[in-house]
Ligand binder design. Structure first.
Ligand SMILES: NC(=O)C1=CN([C@@H]2O[C@H](COP(=O)(O)OP(=O)(O)OC[C@H]3O[C@@H](n4cnc5c(N)ncnc54)[C@H](OP(=O)(O)O)[C@@H]3O)[C@@H](O)[C@H]2O)C=CC1
Ligand SMILES: O=C(O)CCC(=O)C(=O)O
Length: 485
């Protein structure tokens, strides 16, 4: 059970309490009576202090060679690897995802650190022939300066690392604001940076309310780049603040990801992908499947197989080996999901399974919702349009492949999309016509690989891409150099 430790901010190489003197408890969503630790409820003064530290550290850090900066990232990866089980267990206790998922995510964080450590040795520019034959013209890349990192609670290790690692390798210093919901897990990740001996001020973390700390980061004149993952509502506000002060920004926001099941699909594989893509992590992935668009000839068989498979799902505390799906990450998220389920019923959807809290006394203290499937859903209904971020699937029956693509595109988001078919020409049409940053054929909608660009179209992102080699585009600016002897 919880050891009730109080976790501090990390500013200028030191763990410090907030100037506000306030802390708040982080609650285990599998058992609302358990506090897993206390975190700082910081003030704007703490953000200002962190920015001063990051600004002071920036010259020294950018002057190091890429490989020297990479050495630090390798060391952080080693520290995280040594603490993998401990950090994953805290993640499970703090936000509910199952322990195997939390371990997988932490391992992914380690791999991301090592990937970007290697990037410190790769080329950063091109030689471009000048019209002056006695000159040398080339491009190089320079860091933005201080980068603000604002992250959500659904991937409390991987998302911060996929932002912080490229920011650092390309020479930026950072001020990090994790979701308060998972600030204890974030504090453990910060300890790995500290243990790796990262120079003071290069990495700073300030925890606290989003509308105070996140907003202060978005508004601060000495923060030159902001990378954000979270809701489209807050993302838009962060983007506007960044634009107002002339900072670069990168927003990764929601999804309303479809899976299309064509008449010729392998239905067993499609069912497995729907369950895994839609319900793992309790549906709390921006890439989670939430609309299941099925062609009419196979609709009934697919539905029957899906409901059979869902019956096997064991919901419970993520630390128990028998659990396949944990709770919603917080009371707020639990209430949001219940409200969407109520809306689905009110608007005429038919519940096929689930539809509310898990009826099991042993789980009463947690935010557990049964895997829920609706049918008779049309594209204009709220649950077919808005991101739910919970274990809820909406079945939409269509007559043709063309109608399936039309409905799949009929939302404001465009993050990820999946199709199951054996027909190569349909695969190609889907690839070309689907408005999504990730199109996945005969594979589930979730499943991001760290070495590939990740991001969405339409309201899912600001048009930017994260991860892989795409990260350099956000975390650096190009300088064109002209030298004449
Ligand atoms: N794309 C994705 O991966 C995610 C999407 N979501 C979607 O968002 C919905 C709401 O989740 P929620 O956690 O409230 O997401 P938010 O967008 O509110 O939170 C994301 C991050 O932004 C911070 N934040 C909040 N307000 C501001 C602000 N005014 N300025 C700057 N930063 C701010 C949050 O801090 P704090 O939380 O500490 O207040 C958190 O660190 C979910 O139901 C889901 O639909 C959520 C998480 C991830
Ligand atoms: O699908 C994944 O693994 C990543 C999803 C993601 O980035 C998110 O939910 O924010």
């Amino acid at each position: 059970m919880g050891e009730m430790k109080t976790y501090l901010n990390y500013i200028n190489g030191m763990c410090v309490a907030s100037s506000s003197g306030e802390v708040e408890g982080s609650v285990n969503p599998a058992n609302r009576h358990e506090i897993v630790g206390y975190v700082q409820k910081s003030s704007i003064a703490d953000v200002n202090e962190a920015v001063v530290a990051a600004k002071a550290a920036k010259l020294g850090w950018r002057k190091l060679s890429g490989s020297a900066r990479g050495e630090y990232l390798y060391k952080v990866a080693d520290k995280l690897e040594r603490r993998l089980e401990e950090i994953a267990a805290m993640m499970t206790r703090e936000m509910g995802k199952t322990f195997p998922e939390a371990k997988g995510e932490t391992a992914r964080g380690i791999a991301i650190l090592r990937y970007y450590a290697g990037e410190g040795m790769r080329k950063t520019g091109d030689v471009i022939p000048s019209t002056d034959s006695e000159a040398l013209m080339f491009t190089t890349r320079v860091p933005l300066g201080v980068v603000g990192v604002i992250t959500p609670w659904n991937f409390p290790v991987a998302i911060p690392i996929w932002k912080i690692a490229p920011a650092l390798i390309f020479g930026n210093t950072i001020v990090f604001k994790p979701a308060q919901e998972t600030a204890v897990t974030a504090a453990l990740v910060m300890e790995c940076f500290e243990e790796a001996g990262i120079p003071a001020g290069v990495v700073n973390m300030v925890t606290g309310q989003g509308d105070v700390i996140g907003q202060a980061i978005a508004d601060h004149p000495d923060i030159h780049g902001i990378t954000f993952t979270g809701s489209d509502r807050i993302g838009k506000m962060v983007g506007q603040s960044a634009l107002a002060k002339g900072a670069k920004y990168q927003l990764e926001m929601g999804g309303k990801n479809p899976i299309i099941v064509v008449n010729d699909a392998d239905l067993d594989l499609a069912v497995e992908a729907t369950v895994s893509g839609g319900l793992r992590s309790t549906g709390q992935k921006c890439t989670a499947t939430s609309r299941v668009i099925v062609q009419s000839d196979v609709y009934d068989v697919f539905k029957m197989k899906l409901l059979q498979r869902i019956k096997e799902i064991r919901v419970g505390n993520g630390m128990e080996a028998s659990t396949w799906m944990g709770p919603c990450a917080s009371e707020k998220q639990y209430l949001t999901v219940l409200a969407y389920i109520a809306k689905g019923i009110e608007e005429g959807g038919t519940l096929l399974c689930g539809g509310g809290k898990v009826e099991d006394e042993a789980l009463d203290a947690g935010y557990f919702i049964s895997p829920t499937v609706f049918e008779h859903i049309t594209s204009s209904m709220t649950i077919a349009q808005e991101e739910i971020f919970g274990p809820v699937l909406a079945l939409i029956k269509v007559d043709s492949f063309e109608e399936a693509i039309h409905i799949a595109n009929d939302v404001k988001f465009g993050l990820s999309a999946s199709i199951f078919t054996k027909d190569f020409s349909k695969m190609l049409t889907f690839m070309h016509e689907m408005d999504a940053g990730l199109v996945r054929i005969n594979a589930e909608s979730a499943g991001v690989e760290l070495q590939a660009p990740f991001g969405g179209m339409k309201m899912s992102s600001s048009g930017s891409r994260e991860q892989g080699q795409a990260a350099i585009e956000f975390y650096t600016e190009i300088k064109t150099v002209f030298i004449k002897s």
